[in-house]
Design a binder for this molecule. Structure first.
Ligand code: NAP
Length: 215
């Protein structure tokens, strides 16, 4: 599969580390030099956002959440994204209040759907930190990490589930994109505890990072 990343930061790198060798990858950033440096690390191509969107059968939206809507517009909007599976990994969460920033009660995923009606959008990979996705071992106490996602169409559902398996996790569909808001709100919980210093592997799993003596 061809996967275009809009954004070449921590999350694009973490996911690419798992998809490298299985899929053809293209990284983009506003600074083309940075995208090229990242691409070189993963045997991938580099380009601008439009080239990433044109390249991918799947397009991963991996800018900061604040930039996601501008980035898809800069990449050419629905004319370019129509027919693509688009994965929204973004968490519109304030790191001051640890609440989602979507005061209208609709998710960023749905806001993206509104501007990209021809794309097949889903939300995935937002519930764990980049360091977790980069972890070569995705099983904990012998149990695979379960990854919630949302999607509307059968193609998006199957594609996203396959890409979750390709990172070593087990996909679990929460529902259509009406449920993406719940994933964003749940990520706000994760982010709150990350900022408080809790181990990123443990949040929501509530697995203790150290073995405690039995009393
Ligand atoms: N980091 C995590 O642990 C984590 C976990 C789960 C979900 N998320 C979500 O994932 C998203 C990405 O997070 P991140 O930590 O990977 O961000 P990041 O490291 O800050 O990377 C953002 C990337 O987006 C690029 N970019 C910005 N505007 C662009 C545009 N218009 N076209 C193309 N590229 C553009 C930036 O490069 P230039 O400045 O050169 O354009 C940069 O490479 C966020 O929305 C976040 O909520 C993050």
């Amino acid at each position: 599969m061809k996967i275009g990343f809009i954004g070449s930061g921590s999350m694009a790198r973490a996911l690419a580390g798992k998809w490298q060798g299985k899929h053809d990858l293209l990284f983009s950033a506003r600074d083309l030099g940075k995208a090229a440096l990242v691409a070189a690390d993963y045997g991938a191509q580099a380009g601008n956002a439009r080239q990433a969107a044109e390249f991918g059968d799947v397009v991963v939206l991996a800018t900061r959440w604040e930039d996601a809507l501008d980035a898809v517009a800069q990449a050419g909007g629905d004319d370019v994204f129509a027919g693509k599976v688009v994965i929204d990994i973004n968490n519109p969460v304030s790191t001051e209040t640890f609440l989602t920033t979507r005061e209208d009660g609709r998710s960023l995923t749905q806001a993206l759907e509104a501007v990209l009606p021809g794309a097949e959008i889903g939300k995935a990979f937002n519930m764990a930190q980049a360091a977790v996705w980069a972890n070569p071992e995705m099983t904990y106490d012998g149990r695979p990490m379960v990854t919630l996602f949302t999607a509307e169409t059968e193609r998006a559902t199957e594609t996203i589930a396959d890409l979750i398996r390709d990172v070593g996790a087990e996909p679990l569909k929460l529902g259509g994109n009406a449920h993406a808001y719940q994933l964003e709100a749940a990520a706000a919980i994760v982010i709150k505890f990350l900022f408080a210093g809790r181990d990123p592997q443990t949040i929501l799993n509530f697995i203790q990072p150290e073995v405690k003596p039995v009393r």
